[in-house]
Design a protein around this ligand. Structure first.
Ligand code: 5GP
Length: 202
């Protein structure tokens, strides 16, 4: 059984991560999106178990203590976000590609534990576009928008430690680029199943 590819997608809030993944899916790339746990409140249309597993702080702290999270992070002051280790490993072992939509700190934590993970960063073409998107989606208060916008530059500075950069000018092009990255990664000699095949052939 070929092991799946672990893909980490990060980018500032409002860069278009969700839109990109929806477009990639529409174009037929089969992947599983990891559902994170979070302590933040659900937004308008968000559903528990679909967008996030919404938990209490107590529950997330217990998960961390029990080693159930591959990575976890406290962002925007006091909310927790984390990735379920079991969910990721189960899907990778079943041969499915798994996408983690997580922040930069989480991405580096994942890369240190799972060096084969591919890190992709998405940026807006300029900061004005980012600000307009944050305001336009109308899901955060003005104060939250200001906080997220402030954090955006900090996040973008960390993009240099990623493997790939996608510039969100045209979402269709971005999706094609994302698919190309996945294809290329699977052709790499050091991709686990390729290494195994070479061993079998010699
Ligand atoms: P949002 O509140 O907009 O859904 O997410 C806020 C930030 O948290 C985003 O940058 C998102 O990528 C990040 N995030 C979501 N889930 C996780 C997670 O499981 N771990 C980490 N480290 N970051 C996450």
């Amino acid at each position: 059984m070929k092991k799946g590819l672990l893909i980490v997608l990060s980018g500032p809030s409002g860069a278009g991560k969700g839109t990109l993944l929806a477009e990639v899916k529409k174009k037929g790339l089969d992947f599983v999106l990891s559902i994170s746990v979070t302590t933040r409140q659900p937004r308008n249309m968000e559903v528990d178990g679909v967008n996030y597993f919404f938990k209490t702080k107590e529950q997330v702290k217990n998960m961390i203590a029990n080693g159930e999270l591959l990575e976890s992070k406290q962002v925007y002051g006091d909310e927790y976000y984390g990735t379920s280790k079991q969910f990721v490993e189960m899907n990778l072992n079943a041969g499915r590609d798994v996408v983690l939509e997580i922040d930069t700190e989480g991405a580096f934590e994942v890369k240190s534990k799972m060096p084969d993970a591919v890190l992709i960063f998405i940026v807006p073409k300029d900061l004005e576009t980012l600000h307009a998107r944050l305001v336009g989606r109308g899901t955060e208060t003005a104060e939250q928008v200001a906080k997220r916008f402030g954090k955006a530059k900090e996040e973008i500075a960390k993009a240099v430690r990623y493997d790939y950069l996608i510039i969100n000018d045209n979402i269709d092009t971005c999706a094609e680029e994302f698919i190309s990255i996945v294809k290329c990664e699977k052709l790499k000699v050091h991709y686990e199943s390729n290494k195994k095949l070479i061993e079998q052939l010699i």
